[in-house]
Design a protein around this ligand. Structure first.
Ligand code: SAH
Length: 217
């Protein structure tokens, strides 16, 4: 018996439904996936709290609401190949693995990638591949992607990620300065790479996206 189940249901009701998350598949995934398995021992008590938490390497697991909002924005139907930049704890990765066909995820820190792989394996998610490296280059060999999610704040949209988006593909990314960003959704409308719709999904605050097409160190 999962003793955290009631906390998780409360999280879904009071943090997600009440703030307008409507996608039933997103709500179902967040009710199902044990967030506490992605949290360090000393913080277990706060596993379902309404905010980010430290995960080591001075990085954080995102606030549950932000995970829900970004996932909803990807509008996954179940058959997609998804690219995630910033695996971190692997919690967002698990949500994606639940809702899409395949998830490829890139993380800068080997230590975080190792922990995330373990957590995902313990939950039997075998449709996930995690690589250590600079995700701002994307994952050329596996492109194009039906959906791309960047879970770190970027100064601008990394050009390779735009290129690796499939026609009709969605890219969700926080863009701004190092303190505050705007969550943006880019939708590639047709074969024409310039035919892109941009939508503003609101303000947010993420750790830095560090890399060739991100912040420099
Ligand atoms: N979705 C994760 C968020 C982790 S925070 C979670 O909820 O747990 C963002 C992560 O992006 C950090 O782990 C950080 O190390 C990673 N990151 C930052 N720049 C990156 C880059 N260029 N490539 C890959 N990962 C990066």
């Amino acid at each position: 018996m999962d003793r955290y189940r009631s906390r998780r249901q409360k999280m879904v009701d009071s943090q997600l439904r009440s703030r307008g998350i409507r996608n039933v598949e997103v709500l179902r995934a967040m009710e199902k996936i044990p967030r506490h398995l992605f949290i360090d021992e000393g913080l277990l008590d706060r596993s379902y709290s309404d905010g980010p938490l430290p995960i080591g390497e001075r990085q954080t697991i995102s606030q549950p609401y932000m995970v829900a909002l970004m996932t909803e924005a990807l509008a996954l139907q179940g058959g997609e190949k998804v690219l995630e930049i910033g695996t971190g704890s692997g919690y967002q990765t698990a949500i994606l693995a639940e809702l899409a066909d395949r998830v490829l995820s890139i993380e800068r820190f080997a230590s975080l990638a190792t922990k995330a792989r373990k957590a995902l394996e313990s939950l039997n998610y075998y449709n996930v591949l995690i690589r250590v490296g600079d995700g701002t280059y994307g994952w050329t060999e596996e492109a194009p992607f039906d959906a791309i999610i960047v879970t770190a704040g970027a100064p601008d949209v990394p050009e390779p990620l735009k290129k690796q988006l499939a026609p009709k593909g969605r890219l969700v990314i926080p863009v701004g300065d190092r303190h505050v960003q705007t969550l943006l959704r880019f939708t590639r409308l047709s074969e024409d790479p310039g035919d892109i719709r941009t939508e503003d999904l609101g303000g947010c605050r993420f750790v830095d996206l560090i890399g060739e097409y991100g912040w420099k160190g």
